[in-house]
Design a protein around this ligand. Structure first.
Ligand code: ATP
Length: 417
């Protein structure tokens, strides 16, 4: 058992962390509030959201009579999260800064600051997630690795955003809200004189940067580079864009004067073209396979994978999305994922997150999607020589649409119907 006296809680000025601080105080811990400042630039309306949130954080800590400090992590956020985000956009990818912020700032810089400057035995946040060590580390075991588990409130579950965090911090992290549903958390706040915070509008948008007019915001940092929108079906130019960083796969384009809506299906970083398709259900938007970089496992690499075998689990890469059953295997560059059902707009730069039942196993950055239904159909119609070669991973698709991975002896049936 871990003896816990001092807990540093991340106070954001929102209702979730306020209730966490209240719960910790009621449990008798010595609680220190810590407000992180990770961004110091005002938005388009001249408002610095950080100052407003800090005021609310002060209200919370005054009510609960716990000390609060404001710590500047702007350099950490810029170097570890934002510069990476810009590089990803420049290379045509769509990154997930919230995942990187959790990995590098909340569960690294913040964690170490709490341990070193406040002698904290543990940190706590208002994330909706659970761990195998329990909400207050009751099951802490110095000989075992901790597991990351889904929250009881399935709609609020935030494990997807925690999919890259390291063991060291997770072992000493409390998620007291993992067993609660959001409406009850608000109720607790209302019953404990935190109504002003309970009634506050939920924060939206990118962590710390807030909700913005995204194309305008990103154009302040990434140079615009105009290019063409090209129809994937006939190769005709159907419009112009200001930069591939302003568009994400699957997004509806704002091309006017055309009878049917166009959606982005593919980006070509070399020609700066964005390939578009007519209709949101076009086969070029769907795939059943994808490739990632090397994975990060929260607890440990599944033994099947270590033995070079296929591992069955569930996959998702966006918060509001159903889990899809999948088979994965390790290859030199990372992971090959074969989905049971097709997925629309598999987006490079996002994290493929792996789950098994209640557990979030870990994640890997999506490098690119496998052949789309459109490619597979073209191949069936036009290519008599039976082999579709995928350059990056040496995967082959034969006439009956089986994908084989040469180096890893994997053969998976892909349905294209
Ligand atoms: N500026 C901040 N300073 C300290 N901790 C923070 C800050 N922002 C977020 N956190 C911590 O991370 C947790 C999750 O933040 P996130 O913004 O994802 O969720 P949230 O549901 O909006 O939380 P809250 O209601 O507490 O604002 C928060 O509950 C809090 O513990």
């Amino acid at each position: 058992m871990l003896k816990i006296k001092k807990v540093v809680v991340g106070i954001s000025g929102g209702v979730d962390s306020a209730v966490v601080a209240l719960m910790l105080k009621n449990k008798g811990y010595s609680v220190q509030g810590l407000f992180m400042q990770n961004w110091d630039i005002t938005d388009e309306t001249g408002v610095c959201k950080t100052d407003e949130d800090f005021k609310d954080a002060n209200i919370v800590c005054d009510k609960l009579q716990i000390p609060l400090v404001r710590v500047n992590f702007v350099k950490h956020y810029w170097n570890e999260v934002f510069s990476d985000l810009l590089k990803e956009y420049e290379s045509g990818n769509t990154p997930n800064p919230d995942v990187m912020c959790n990995r590098h700032v909340k569960f690294d810089a913040f964690y170490h600051h709490a341990r070193e400057h406040y002698n904290a035995d543990a940190i706590a946040t208002g994330h909706y997630a659970r761990t195998s060590f329990g909400p207050y580390l009751e099951q802490y075991d110095s000989t075992k690795n901790v597991r990351l588990l889904k929250a009881v409130d399935v709609k609020k579950d935030q494990t997807l955003f925690l999919c890259q965090i390291k063991q060291e911090a997770l072992r000493r992290t409390m998620f007291p809200l993992g067993e609660y549903i959001k409406v009850n958390v608000k109720k607790i706040a209302l019953e404990n004189t935190l109504e002003q915070i309970a009634k506050k509008k939920e924060s939206m948008g990118i962590c710390f940067i807030g909700s913005r007019n995204f194309p305008n915001f990103i154009s302040e940092y990434v140079l615009n580079k105009p290019g063409n929108f090209v129809n994937i079906d006939d190769g005709k130019i159907v419009g112009q864009h200001n930069g591939i960083h302003q568009w994400t796969l699957g997004q509806r384009t704002k091309l006017t004067g055309l009878p049917v809506a166009y959606f982005t299906a593919k980006k070509d970083i070399n020609t700066n073209d964005i390939y578009v398709v007519q209709g949101t259900g076009h086969p070029a938007l769907y795939t059943e396979s994808l490739y990632t970089s090397r994975p990060h496992w929260i607890h440990s690499c599944p033994t099947e994978l270590e033995r070079g075998k296929i591992f069955k689990c569930e996959f998702k890469f966006q918060h509001i999305e159903n889990y899809i059953s999948c088979q994965i295997c390790l290859v030199q560059q990372g992971v090959v994922i074969i989905l049971e059902t097709p997925r629309r707009a598999v987006t490079p730069g996002q994290f493929a997150v792996f789950y098994k039942n209640e557990e979030c196993l870990g994640s890997a950055k999506i490098l690119h999607a496998g052949p789309s239904h459109h490619t597979l159909n073209l191949f069936k119609v036009t290519n008599k020589s039976s082999i579709y070669k995928n350059k990056l991973f040496n995967s082959k698709i034969d006439k009956s649409n089986r994908i084989t991975f040469e180096n890893d002896c994997v053969s998976v049936k892909v349905s294209t119907s």
